[in-house]
Each structure stands twice: as C-alpha cells, then as structure tokens.
Design a protein around this ligand. Structure first.
Ligand code: ATP
Ligand code: MG
Length: 173
C-alpha cells in the first residue's frame, strides 16, 4: 500500500453518474488552475464531453476504444487500443504535466481483460504525490477498491433504460 502515493478515487457501481462525476471533478480542478488528462477506455463513439471539453485548453481528453465488443467478444484491436491508453496514461503521469488523471471505464477494460490488473497497478504505483487519479467503471475488482483512497458506489435505484428509453445525446452520451 505504501507504494501508492497521491489519492486515488474510484467511482463504480451499476447506477448512472460515474463518468459524469469524473468530468465534474475535472472541470472543478480546472477552476483551481489544475491541468487534467482524461483517458476514456473502451469508448469509441463520440461522447458530447469531447466537444464540451474543447472549451478547456487545460483538459486533454482521448479515447482508447472501439466500443463494439460489448455485443461481441473483444478483439485484438480492442486490446491494443486499451494497452495504448494505459501506456499514454503512464506517459501522462511521468510527464508531470497534469494534476488530475482520469481513467474512465478502466474497470470495464479490466473486466473484459483488455488490460491486466498488474499492468494497471504498475502504472499507478509510485505515481507522484501531487497527482490525483480517478478510476471509473462498473465491476471494480476488490483489489482496486483496496488500493483506492476514495471509493463511491453509484447504486441504481431506478433507470429509464430499464423502460426501454434509449441513451440520449447530451444526457447519456
Ligand atoms: P454517465 O456517463 O452518465 O455518468 P456512467 O458512467 O455511470 O454514466 P456507465 O455504466 O459507464 O455509466 O455507462 C456507459 C455507457 O453505457 C453510457 O453511455 C450509458 O449511457 C450506457 N448505458 C449504461 N447502462 C445502460 C443500459 N442499461 N442500457 C443502455 N445503455 C446503457
Ligand atoms: Mg461511465
């Protein structure tokens, strides 16, 4: 545990609000003069935050996913994209250019074995004390909960998706 410096947030659970919480934190950080790097794992479709965050030169947001395997099986391309993402996160940490680093849907990437927990832990290990790390995604493994300092579970009480309502642009993506 001693190897994990700086605070690690983990937003997990099956309810809505994990990614938007991370984006909200990113915007708050910018308000305090901080710089943010956001890596979106698994996701490849165009989420509205990609456009919204263009207004903030202090935030870099990149996607490292193809978004298509959820209905199929992950392919080599999905794995390569996720591994590229993790490598970019490592470089972002080592660059010391960012104060907050978000690994959006990293738990999904772990769940589908696009990256290994060991590889993720190696990237997080010894990260500089002044960098805040935010991990998101449902199905957080126990070990990730253990190394995190702040863990919030978004619990679904009700969701319109269950009534057949499709994801809506600007609200869900
Ligand atoms: P948000 O991004 O709104 O904060 P979240 O990060 O908590 O939500 P995730 O579990 O990461 O939600 O959902 C990932 C994507 O899958 C989102 O684009 C969401 O709109 C979509 N999604 C989640 N649950 C469902 C569902 N039951 N049916 C259809 N789409 C869903
Ligand atoms: Mg999400």
């Amino acid at each position: 545990m001693d190897n994990y410096k700086g605070y690690i947030h983990l937003y997990t659970g099956n309810g809505k609000g994990k990614t938007t919480a991370a984006l909200g934190l990113a915007i708050r950080a910018v308000g305090a003069g901080k710089k943010v790097f956001i890596a979106q794992f698994v996701k490849g479709i165009h989420y509205s935050e990609l456009d919204a965050l263009k207004r903030f030169p202090e935030i870099v947001i990149n996607q490292y996913g193809l978004d298509c395997f959820i209905i199929n099986q992950p392919t080599e391309k999905d794995i390569l994209a996720a591994q590229k993402g993790l490598n970019e996160v490592k470089k972002a940490i080592e660059s010391h250019l960012y104060d907050v680093i978000v690994l959006d849907e990293i738990c999904i990437a772990l769940y589908y074995q696009l990256i290994s927990l060991d590889d993720l832990k190696n990237v997080l290990k010894n990260h500089p004390e002044n960098i805040e790390i935010v991990l998101t995604g449902r199905y957080a493994p126990e070990e990730l909960i253990e190394i995190s300092d702040l863990v919030t579970e978004m619990k679904e009480i009700k969701h319109y998706f269950n009534n057949g309502i499709q994801a809506r642009k600007g609200i869900d993506y």
